[in-house]
Design a protein around this ligand. Sequence first.
Ligand code: MG
Ligand code: ZN
Length: 265
Amino acid sequence: MVGINEVNVICTFWKRTTSSMAARFLFLFDFDETLIDENSDNSVVRAAPFQKLPASLSKNHQTRFFLEHSQQILKFLNESGVTEDAIRAAIQQIPACPGGAGLLNFLLARGDFECIIVSDANSYFIETWLRHAGAHKLFTKVFTNPAEFNTNGCLILRPFHSHSCTKCPVNMCKQVILREYVSKREKERGKPFQKVFYIGDGENDICPTLALGQNDTVFPRRGFPMHKIIQDLHKMQPGMYKPSVVPWDRGEDIVDFLKKVLQEK
Ligand SMILES: [Mg+2]
Ligand SMILES: [Zn+2]
């Protein structure tokens, strides 16, 4: 039997080794149009009769109520006789973003990055895609709207949380998620992350990056809304947007950048 002092020694040693092994960097991923090369709400329509939505659902919807719109699409699919199997197959067929597999393999091969997903899609789409792509091992946590099939076979979405940010969709402010996660993890680790990286494409990816500092890096998908908004912020309020910005077209753009960061030490 191990004495109490020995237990303490073992615990101290264990703590030291695990904290030294802990990832130096935090890497946050968006899902739609970032990890995958499509918007999953559009992809799932492939399972619909004639692969299209009725006119009432295909017109523009309010960004603040995006989740409600997604739910209406799923309800339509269910009422059209689309099964869980057909929805799963449509999600599994979504291609990764260009060079995405290379980026994920690069991150997976190194212990330097703690990777999480922050997405306004839903848990069923994301988990289904990650498992099919073999990418689920990379991500330690997925923050998204919980989703479950009900007894009628309709996928039901629930809001991730409620918040008071007026800029974000009512069901998700990614900045609240980022702040809470970073503060929780820093307490557990006993030290801050050296850098935070954020990769995204959409309007709702701006809010979380406003919480980042000069030492952090944002990867907006080139030519997508997030990139355009950052360019406007730089023009209209110089110095206000703190993190460095590296636009990307392909996963290789990010791998090249991260290789340089890893050499810096
Ligand atoms: Mg997106
Ligand atoms: Zn927000």
